[in-house]
Design a protein around this ligand. Structure first.
Ligand code: B1M
Length: 211
């Protein structure tokens, strides 16, 4: 079994205690940090989701897998982060109301930070009003990112975009959306400025939006 496969197995089994060591070993052996992230962690979480869908595992197992991935990302972060010495602007991000998923949102925040933005992370289960307050409190912020992982919280994403527009803040900020159930079509329908499928393209798109 390759080191990346060992990492994937550790994520799937929720082995938070061993994953940091495995990531360090993989880096020392010369594994590509992006391969560790994409194959060792993100794909492994996909397997976890599939098992949950098939009733082979339940919420507690999903939770321990998520903890293991978070630990792994902590160790991997310095190897993924690029040169963030130049600040290109502020970026407000959060997972919308009713949604507690934050692994994808955290990865997006990490890549956005690496792209040179100062990230203001509002966390998870963020009500629309909190996004509006944060944008008002940061008049120099030009981009806001909304994440949603549940089909049931897509309406909260729509409400958040509407609240930002109703507050008259649309001229100040561009709105980016993403998360597993989100599509370009949905982004267009709710009036968001951009949709991206993954963290790396989110960072690229954010830079384009402020250019
Ligand atoms: Co949840 N969960 N979960 N869960 N969970 C999913 C999302 C699910 C697809 C599993 C399944 O059924 N196969 C399903 C949703 C089904 C649906 O809506 N159609 C589901 C469910 C049902 C639930 C609960 C309702 C379960 C229950 O209680 N019965 C519950 C809801 C809680 C709530 O939020 N209110 C729940 C709870 C949980 C845990 C707490 C146990 C845990 C989350 C822990 C945490 O995040 N701290 C969890 C997990 C881990 C998952 C899965 C297995 C993995 C999610 C993940 O972290 N993926 C997930 C199944 C799956 O996705 N395959 C599942 C890895 C991550 C890197 O990917 O988040 O997609 P992702 O982020 C990507 C892109 O989407 C994108 O970039 C990221 C990186 O490239 N992206 C953006 C994300 N945000 C972006 C923003 C952008 C741009 C790109 O711009 C701003």
């Amino acid at each position: 079994m390759s080191k990346v496969q060992e990492i994937a197995a550790a994520v799937e089994a929720g082995k938070a205690k061993v994953i940091g060591g495995l990531v360090e070993e993989a880096i020392k052996e010369g594994c590509d940090p992006l391969e560790i992230l994409n194959v060792g962690m993100i794909d492994a979480m996909g397997v976890v989701g599939e098992k949950f869908r098939n009733n082979e595992i339940f919420v507690p197992e999903m939770l321990v897998a998520a903890r293991a991935m978070k630990k792994g990302v902590e160790v991997l972060k310095p190897h993924l982060a690029g040169d963030n010495s130049a600040t290109v602007g502020k970026y407000i991000i959060g997972t919308v109301a009713g949604d507690l998923h934050d692994i994808g949102k955290n990865l997006v925040a990490m890549m956005i930070e690496s792209a040179g933005f100062e990230v203001i992370d509002l966390g998870v289960d963020v009500p629309a009003e909190k996004f509006v307050e944060a944008i008002k409190a940061n008049p120099d912020c030009k981009v806001v990112g909304l994440s949603a992982l549940l089909t049931t919280t897509m309406p909260a994403m729509k409400d958040t975009v509407a609240a930002i527009i109703d507050a008259g803040l649309k001229a100040q900020v561009k709105i980016m959306v993403g998360g597993a159930p989100i599509t370009q079509e949905f982004a267009d329908e709710i009036g968001a400025d951009a949709y991206t499928a993954d963290a790396a393209s989110a960072a690229q798109k954010a830079k384009e939006l402020v250019a």
